[in-house]
Write a protein that binds this ligand. Structure first.
Ligand SMILES: Cc1cc2nc3c(=O)[nH]c(=O)nc-3n(C[C@H](O)[C@H](O)[C@H](O)COP(=O)(O)OP(=O)(O)OC[C@H]3O[C@@H](n4cnc5c(N)ncnc54)[C@H](O)[C@@H]3O)c2cc1C
Length: 463
């Protein structure tokens, strides 16, 4: 069989399901389809006879000479005044802020929706490609092409749900005009790789809007949380970033509607956090991602997870800008009152995502080391394989990876997909993880005492 994205990526469970391979395959041999774990993968609908390898050249998880550093340098390296940090990639300007008009519907401060609308209003693009709900229980979200602000607004919010781009990329190739595209870091990387190979994509996709990403989730993640929220029946709609005045921004809720029009909601602290932070239902590809900040996007939006902002339930954005065009739009938006934004040090932006940076750099280094040790193929990443020094963190990485694998298998194999039963199955590993954290806390106690005593002697304690 000729080497292609199925043999080299899907069969190694490294596909994130972006769909660029299927859109660009010259033989139209690939179609995106759900796999048994509720993730999108390309499937061969025609035998691959040519073996041209284009599918691998545009795949964000295939082995490439190119990485986010080299792609980013070619795009932004010569922009006057631009800086570079290994964690964020290139950064021309960094802001904190929100868009009043879009804040309540937006995932964070609504600035992404504001920008997409502004791009249309100023005819910088003719079309916006972003994600919106479908109302279809078999695929709750999808990429759409919108030509007006009303359409763009239907996409406000984050979709923690698999979506794939093959349909919209085919549309871009078939339909003239200029496009802005939203995407997670790996999706934007796939677009950048595809733009190198395809002049139409290079010419037509004129703005890329990235979202910071800690991890993707498979379809069962939503089914699991709906079950945890006691939603009877099938999910027809979900809104992942519900805001309520009596909870800080960090404790947002998911609001579900079933096919029978039942409604339930559940807060982050009531079970979502457990599944999210322990990497239940996370695709394996996410374990091999080293891009937190969508480094090859013209602009990247994220939550302002900093104490000064995360208490405000209405949500606030941090923004990394790499393109002068977007910087100009944001500055003009501040002047005309469309948004409220002010500069913020890039260090604060990095600090806001410290936990994600740790996972995508330090944890990744250890995972690559384990692959090396086990004689498995070691993926080429910007992080080098390195054995983690802390035994407690080594254990945490191993436990979370086991929970990732077993949650994925549990939902696929179980006849009765019940949240209670999944939590029961995860119980022993959760206990081990919690014991590890208690040990870490006890081990750090002498240091805490020294810091406390030093503070006391300096007289900066509060009684
Ligand atoms: C899977 C995932 C993981 C994330 N992880 C983090 C994280 O760890 N830390 C963090 O600070 N932020 C993370 N984000 C980003 C965050 O949730 C917000 O999307 C971001 O702050 C923008 O908020 P906003 O209010 O400006 O966007 P909005 O105004 O709500 O607009 C968001 C835009 O993004 C589009 N969109 C939503 N979901 C997707 C998707 N899956 N793929 C492509 N486009 C999409 C929408 O169509 C909309 O146009 C994540 C987002 C996703 C989807």
């Amino acid at each position: 069989m000729k080497k292609n994205v199925v043999t080299e990526v899907v069969d190694h469970e490294l596909c994130i399901g972006c769909g660029l391979c299927a859109a660009l395959c010259p033989e139209e041999a690939l179609e995106m389809a759900w796999n048994r774990y509720g993730e999108y993968n390309p499937a061969e609908v025609e035998p691959c006879t040519r073996g041209c390898g284009l599918c691998l050249k545009v795949c964000p998880f295939a082995d490439h000479e190119e990485d986010e550093d080299t792609i980013g340098e070619a795009l932004y390296g010569s922009v006057p005044g631009i800086g570079h940090r290994s964690e964020v990639g290139y950064h021309l300007a960094t802001f904190v802020g929100y868009a009043d008009e879009h804040r309540s519907a937006g995932a964070s401060g609504g600035m992404a929706t504001w920008l997409l609308e502004r791009l249309l209003a100023e005819v910088i693009v003719d079309h916006v490609v972003c994600v919106a709900p479908t109302g279809d229980p078999e695929g709750l979200f999808s990429f759409f092409v919108f030509d007006d602000p009303e359409g763009v607004r239907t996409g406000a919010g984050s979709a923690y749900y698999p979506v794939e781009m093959s349909g919209v990329v085919r549309h871009i190739l078939d339909t003239q005009g200029s496009y802005a595209v939203t995407g997670l870091p790996c999706f934007i990387k796939a677009i950048r790789l595809a733009q190198k190979k395809n002049p139409k994509l290079r010419e037509r996709v004129v703005v890329t809007v990235g979202l910071v990403c800690g991890q993707m989730k498979s379809r069962p993640f939503t089914e699991y949380i709906a079950s945890l929220a006691c939603l009877p029946g099938k999910v027809k709609e979900v809104r992942y970033r519900g805001k309520s005045p009596d909870h800080p921004a960090t404790n947002y809720h998911y609001a579900f509607t079933s096919t029978a029009e039942d409604e339930r909601r559940i807060f982050w602290n009531d079970g979502i956090a457990e599944a999210w932070t322990n990497r239940w239902f996370t695709p394996k590809a996410c374990n091999y991602c080293d891009d937190v900040f969508a480094e090859v996007a013209d602009v990247t939006f994220m939550d302002a997870w900093l104490p000064d902002y995360s208490r405000d339930y209405r949500g606030t954005n941090l923004v990394v800008v790499r393109s002068p065009l977007i910087e100009d739009l944001i500055r003009r938006g501040v002047q005309d009152g469309g948004i409220l934004a002010e500069p913020v040090p890039v260090e604060d932006v990095i600090r806001s995502q410290a936990a994600v940076v740790d996972v995508k750099r330090r944890h990744l280094a250890h995972r690559l080391y384990l692959d090396l040790e086990m004689g498995r193929e070691v993926l080429r990443k910007r992080v080098r394989p390195a054995r983690e020094k802390s035994p407690l963190l080594r254990r945490e990485i191993a436990l979370k990876d086991r929970m990732r694998r077993s949650s994925r298998a549990f939902w696929a194999e179980s006849e009765d997909q019940d949240a209670g039963r999944l939590r029961e199955a995860m119980g022993p590993d959760l206990k081990r993880l919690s014991r590890g954290r208690t040990t870490a806390w006890i081990m750090a106690l002498p240091i805490r005492i020294v810091i406390y005593v030093q503070g006391h002697l300096r007289g900066n304690h509060h009684e």
